[in-house]
Ligand binder design. Structure first.
Ligand SMILES: *Cc1c(COP(=O)(O)O)cnc(C)c1O
Length: 360
């Protein structure tokens, strides 16, 4: 069995070993030290400033997105949301629920985000931009420099969900003036679900978070920030996933971040070359390294998914929404190699032939 899915991903042996162990008690010096060391590595890998603060939340990625909206934005804001797929749509829903005024740039299924989309929002008093830098539902990797420039000229906070991009594509908070980075354990870290992290710039801490007063106990960032000064969280964290995070960050550090990302990029590139031989096409917009969406011209995607899973033990990502019959996504993160690509391509040829036969 092999997972070619974007989260949970096919996990490395070293991580699975941790998952089988006794969970330790966590109000200890040892656990605090482990969290503080993880935080040092995490911030190093995203080039966060020394005065940035992190919030370690036991929640899925959506919980972290919601917490960021509640602690960083307010009803006086005028937010711009890049709504290029299901995760962009989630940011729009969160703004609506929390009474944050917003506009969104809605992209159609294969539409690329360009400077033209942004131009009409210049000088409109936009105070924050919300984006999923790699929109996992379509695989589009947006141009971070273009978005960063927009925020700079409009003096807007730059809030980035990097859940399927951090530790997968290069990602640099300081260089791109990013104010908030949201990540989640089951994606780029390639560990169990349950842990999400929000990293906050000094600017947004001073101007927003320190004065925010969300009507909420569990998601109040200031409690987390105060507790984390000693490497602790206010409430019981997913201790086991924290231990896995520590290991995952050490594994990346041992290889070196650039080299680690290069490894994923080369698996993605290998798949993208090999898949040219199959009767599918790829979108034309820029793709991140995390996933390759493949588009069938016949409505056989769900059938191919099922044959791959049930007959060959290979799980790829289906795609929800109106294009579910036409699109599958193949993830390249976690313990996946070019040899795994060879096997997947070989079985995809068979699965497509079988699905086409049923479809005729
Ligand atoms: C997976 C993902 C999320 C979070 O999804 P959860 O199921 O809540 O963990 C958010 N944003 C992006 C871009 C993602 O890929």
């Amino acid at each position: 069995m092999h997972l070619f899915t974007v989260g949970p991903v096919e996990m490395r042996k070293e991580i699975k070993e941790i998952g089988g162990q006794q969970i330790p008690y966590f109000r200890t010096r040892e656990f605090s030290d482990l969290m503080l060391e993880s935080d040092r590595l995490l911030k190093k890998f995203m080039n966060a400033g020394s005065d940035f603060e992190s919030v370690y939340l036991t929640a899925s990625g959506t919980g972290a997105m919601e917490a960021a909206v509640m602690n960083c934005l307010n009803p006086k804001d005028k937010v711009l949301v890049i709504e290029g797929g299901t995760f962009g749509h989630r940011f729009a829903q969160l703004c609506a629920i929390h009474d944050i005024p917003y506009n969104s740039i809605q992209l159609s299924a294969e539409e690329r985000l360009t400077p033209n989309h942004l131009k009409k929002f210049d000088n409109q008093g936009i105070s924050a931009l919300l984006v999923n830098i790699n929109e996992t539902s379509t695989g589009q990797l947006y141009d971070v420099r273009m978005l960063s420039d927009f925020c700079k000229r409009n003096k807007a906070f730059f809030i980035v969900d990097a859940i399927s991009s951090f530790l997968i594509d290069s990602y640099n908070m300081s260089e791109n003036n990013i104010d908030v980075t949201i990540i989640s354990s089951q994606k780029g870290l390639c560990i169990a679900p349950g842990l999400s992290v929000i990293v906050l710039s000094n600017r947004i801490l001073k101007e927003r978070v320190e004065h925010s007063n969300p009507k909420n106990l569990y998601f109040n960032f200031n409690d987390y920030i105060t507790n984390f000064k000693r490497g602790q969280t206010p409430y019981t964290p997913c201790v086991g996933t924290c231990l896995e995070m520590y290991k995952a960050l050490q594994l990346v550090d041992a290889v070196g971040l650039q080299q680690f990302i290069k490894g994923i990029a080369s698996v993605a590139e290998d798949f993208r070359n090999q898949v040219k031989a199959l009767p599918v096409r790829l979108p034309e917009f820029p793709l991140g390294n995390a996933v390759t969406p493949i588009i069938f011209d016949k409505p056989i995607a769900k059938q191919v998914f099922k044959i791959l899973k049930d007959k060959y033990g290979l799980t790829v990502n289906p795609t929800g929404g109106s294009r579910e019959d036409y699109v599958l996504r193949i993830a390249h993160i976690g313990n996946t190699t070019k040899e795994d690509n060879n096997l997947l391509i070989e079985k995809m040829v068979l699965a497509i032939a079988e699905a086409e036969k049923c479809n005729d």
